[in-house]
Design a binder for this molecule. Structure first.
Ligand SMILES: [Zn+2]
Length: 143
């Protein structure tokens, strides 16, 4: 996409936060994986979509998605800015499309893939049991 990102102060602040190296949600997911004894590497560029956490020999990958940027379906945080709406809709559609293609490419290679949404991390025990079930036994992810 070669359209310029609109500059408005609120949005710039939001984007600055997004560029942080590690989000609080990612920190929590990393801690849960360590508690489960699941070794991982972070931001694995060798895999499609650069999963936030992955173990290539054990064939699992975890994406931690911000609800706004990745437009968590039905989530109150998944708002679309009213200013430059067409720009944001196109950007979000591209993000969603990229996410879906990364997940299916990894699954075709035999990876178990879990997507953890930022808002779900507030209930850490639920995320932990989902990671545990899914990554240890292999199964079908629930969004
Ligand atoms: Zn959400």
């Amino acid at each position: 996409m070669n359209r310029k990102i609109p500059t408005d102060p609120q949005r710039s602040a939001l984007m600055a936060r997004v560029r942080q190296r590690e989000t609080p949600a990612e920190r929590t997911v990393g801690r849960l994986l360590r508690e489960l004894g699941m070794g991982y590497r972070k931001n694995v560029r060798a895999l499609r979509g650069s999963p936030d956490f992955a173990n290539r020999s054990r064939y699992w990958a975890v994406f931690v998605h911000g609800c706004f940027w990745h437009q968590h379906p039905g989530c109150p945080r998944a708002t679309i800015p009213t200013r430059n709406r067409a720009f944001w809709e196109a950007k979000f559609a591209a993000n969603r499309d990229r996410d879906a293609r990364a997940t299916s490419a990894l699954r075709r290679k035999g990876f178990r893939v879990v997507t953890v949404w930022e808002c779900q991390v507030a209930d850490a025990p639920a995320v932990k049991s989902r990671l545990s079930k899914l990554l240890k036994s292999g199964g079908v992810d629930v969004r």
